[in-house]
Design a protein around this ligand. Structure first.
Ligand SMILES: NC(=O)C1=CN([C@@H]2O[C@H](COP(=O)(O)OP(=O)(O)OC[C@H]3O[C@@H](n4cnc5c(N)ncnc54)[C@H](O)[C@@H]3O)[C@@H](O)[C@H]2O)C=CC1
Ligand SMILES: O=C([O-])CC(=O)C(=O)O
Length: 355
């Protein structure tokens, strides 16, 4: 058994928080031999609910849960943490667009970025789930001057998993046999679900599903899946969002399989011509605890047009929160260079060579 690691979770008493913690406690994020110390963070007004969640976790008697601490102050909540999963935010309700949430949630993430900078383990890995997650992750990262931009990521894995699940139903296969899916851009209705490099047991997905169905139905369905769930359930996705957050961290820490890839929102290094200085969903491979943007995928012109639109949306979002992005951290994002290697080449030395 290894020594325990610290995992801080904000919004821990909310819908996603509850769904995530039970599976985190049973090893779904870091594996069955990695004990965890859970540092649960909530608003002062939600501390009773948080106590209830902690009591339930205690009642689960998970062998991997070494300790649980409860915090209404993020400074103590993030203390020495190795991983931070930032879920706490106001969720979207019926009829609300993500842009309505922008200002409400932006301030939370500027404070939390600073707190993580000041209190977390300097090697902390951060996942932002709270929406609008790409821009919230940018705000958090820009407010953490002592941490590297690559330590901050946001979640497009739910969109990636939604693609796999719906394609599995469509083709009558198991979701895990569907390889090389990609989500580009913003976690919003402009995201670009790309199946053009995908395959099932080597057979291209573009031969297995009808092109009209892909372009005219599937793309819109993935883009609107979150809104559809809100319409059905009266609240945003929680089980699938929690599952995707665990998958995201698991891939980052334990690696992706073979030459397959997953989608992660990471700081743009200019790959595929995407502006630096924004957080963008790319296909990535992970090895040795690091991620690398998959290079050299040829893109159809209509996908390139969509990718431009989602990039423009992120640039607009960045303008809306400009006052929360300190000038001192701008250059690190604008000049970000990530190591790039061949399609199948990833060694310990290569991936550890950080800019
Ligand atoms: N990136 C993605 O794929 C997805 C993101 N989301 C987003 O995740 C977020 C959370 O969703 P739910 O858990 O369903 O909401 P919820 O309302 O059930 O729970 C949110 C929790 O966060 C807490 N909270 C709010 N501000 C906080 C702060 N400053 N510090 C600590 N805790 C705080 C609240 O007290 C509440 O318990 C929302 O922003 C939602 O839009 C939801 C689904 C998918
Ligand atoms: O749409 C929302 O507000 C929640 C969300 O991010 C999703 O379900 O993908």
């Amino acid at each position: 058994m290894r020594s325990p690691v610290r995992v801080a979770v904000t919004g821990a008493a909310g819908s996603i928080g509850r769904a995530l913690l039970s599976r985190l406690g049973s090893g779904a994020m870091l594996g069955p031999d990695q004990p965890v110390i859970l540092q649960l963070i909530e608003l002062p007004t939600a501390m009773d609910q948080l106590r209830g969640v902690a009591m339930e976790l205690e009642d689960c008697a998970f062998p991997l849960v070494h300790e649980i601490t409860l915090h209404s102050d993020p400074a103590t909540g993030f203390q020495d943490t190795d991983y931070a999963i930032l879920i706490g935010a106001r969720p979207r309700t019926k009829g609300m667009e993500r842009s309505d949430l922008m200002r409400i949630n932006a301030e939370i993430f500027s404070v939390q970025g600073r707190q993580i900078n000041d209190h977390a383990n300097p090697n902390v890995r951060v996942l932002v789930v709270g929406n609008p997650c790409n821009t919230n992750a940018l705000i958090a990262s820009r407010n953490a001057p002592d941490l590297h931009p690559t330590q901050f990521t946001a979640m497009s894995r739910l969109d990636h998993n939604r693609m796999a699940g719906i394609l599995a139903s469509r083709t009558g296969t198991n979701a895990s046999d569907i390889r090389k899916l990609a989500v580009w851009g913003n976690h919003s209705a402009t995201m670009v679900p790309d199946i053009t490099h995908g395959n099932i047991f080597g057979q291209p997905l573009t031969e297995l599903v009808d092109q009209q169905w892909y372009q005219n139905e599937f793309v819109g369905r993935i883009q609107q899946r979150g809104a559809e769930i809100i319409q059905m359930c009266g609240q945003s996705s929680s089980l699938s969002a929690a599952s995707a957050a665990l998958d995201h961290m698991n891939s980052w820490v334990n690696g992706t399989h073979g030459d397959d890839y997953v989608s992660m929102v990471v700081p743009s290094d200019g790959s595929y011509g995407i502006s630096k200085g924004i957080m963008f969903s790319f296909p990535v491979r992970c090895r040795f605890g690091r991620y690398q943007i998959v290079q050299g995928l040829p893109l159809k012109p209509w996908l390139v047009d969509m990718i431009k639109r989602t990039e423009e949306e992120l640039l607009t979002e960045r303008e809306m929160v400009r006052d929360l992005l300190p000038a001192e951290t701008e250059a690190r994002h604008e000049n970000l260079e990530l190591p790039r290697f061949g399609e199948h080449y990833m060694t310990v030395a290569a991936i550890n060579r950080r800019p």
